[in-house]
Design a protein around this ligand. Structure first.
Ligand code: UDP
Length: 332
């Protein structure tokens, strides 16, 4: 356990991934200070700590919070995350994901923050020749979302090089799904775009059919392949990152996935098996900005942090998300 007075600033802590990490921080004895504008987050998902409603662009407010709570560590989730939207609205994405991150980091540097965990993404790899992909592989992001994450990583690298007291870990997430075991928190978006969520909502009859975006990718069944990871394993990785930064004071970049890829068709077949609903699918054209294959090589985070995932099982992940979706539907 840690000193319970240790405050950790969590931007975007009311969102899907952020709220799970806030839960784990609270359970580990940290005090999360959640900063979120609630554009996609939910205030009642914040299970521990203090909540402050605020926008990432409000640097003055962020600076006040860093000073007031004597923040030494920040976990930065707040960002826009929809790939296709980023293609159509690049300024929105660069502004929030990059420019606002720059101002946050600047405020951190000026106010003595030492540890910074950044939500990066497998989207930084884009169209990669390597499967699974390693952290030192060529970055070739193919959409503004991925580029905004890559630029922020570069920024962190440059800043930590010169400000020796400031260290960061960029955690490159692969495809996250599933929910809290007690079903207190999970994925809840007004306009969901993720495959597993949409498939489950289709099984529940909330949508008539599920679009399969692209059936002529250069993959065994023609659909795109992703590495799906359970939210609790990803959340745990953040706690390990924070503890590593505090102890080792070294910057790192880590992939976070299972190293196992599933095609869209495989995910849909497993979803049908879990839900026992043979929902309708429609072959559709590729979504703009979608890379064909993303699979993590996660040996580095296992070696350096001792990350040992517990839920590497697609059926378990989909079932966890299914329990949550059923609960959401009942609560309507
Ligand atoms: N996908 C799909 N139908 C959907 C949503 C997603 O075929 O309704 C595909 C998408 O094109 C991608 C994969 O499923 O190849 C995972 O997409 P998701 O949005 O879940 O995550 P991303 O990999 O884009 O972050």
């Amino acid at each position: 356990m840690h000193d319970s007075t240790e405050n950790i600033l969590v931007t975007g802590g009311a969102g899907y991934i952020g709220s799970h990490v806030v839960r784990d921080l609270g359970e580990q004895g940290y005090k999360p200070i959640v900063y979120d504008n609630l554009s996609t987050g939910n205030k009642d998902f914040v299970l521990y700590g203090d909540f402050i409603k605020g926008d990432l662009k409000d640097t003055n407010l962020i600076t006040k919070i860093i000073k007031k709570y004597k923040i030494k560590s920040v976990i930065h989730f707040a960002a826009y995350i929809v790939v296709e939207e980023s293609v159509n609205k690049p300024i929105k994405y660069y502004n929030n994901n990059f420019f606002n991150s720059l101002n946050l980091i600047k405020s951190c540097i000026e106010n003595g923050v030492e540890n910074f965990v950044f939500s990066s993404s497998a989207a930084v790899y884009g169209i990669s020749e390597e499967f699974p992909v390693k952290e030192n592989s060529q970055l070739n992001p193919v959409n503004p979302y991925g580029r905004s994450k890559m630029f922020t990583e570069i920024l962190l690298e440059d800043i930590s090089y010169i400000y020796k007291n400031f260290n960061y870990i960029a955690l490159r997430y692969f495809n996250v799904a599933g929910a809290d075991k007690k079903l207190r928190i999970g994925q809840k978006y007004e306009n969901p775009t993720h495959l597993i969520t949409l498939a489950l909502k289709t099984a529940l009859g909330e949508y008539e059919s599920l679009n399969i975006f692209g059936t002529d990718y250069n993959t065994p069944d023609g659909t795109a392949i992703r590495d799906y990871i359970h939210i609790d394993d990803l959340s745990n990785a953040h706690i390990l990152c924070l503890n590593y930064l505090k102890k080792e004071r070294k910057s790192k970049v880590f992939n976070c996935g299972y190293g196992q890829g599933y095609s869209v068709l495989e995910v849909l077949n497993t979803t049908k098996k879990v839900t026992k609903v043979n929902f309708k699918t429609v072959n559709s054209k590729k979504r703009e900005g979608d890379p064909p294959i993303l699979i993590a090589d996660s040996n580095l985070i296992k070696d350096k942090l001792g990350w040992s995932p517990k839920y590497n099982d697609l059926e378990f992940i989909i079932n966890s998300a299914w329990e949550w979706e059923k609960k959401l539907k009942k609560g309507e």
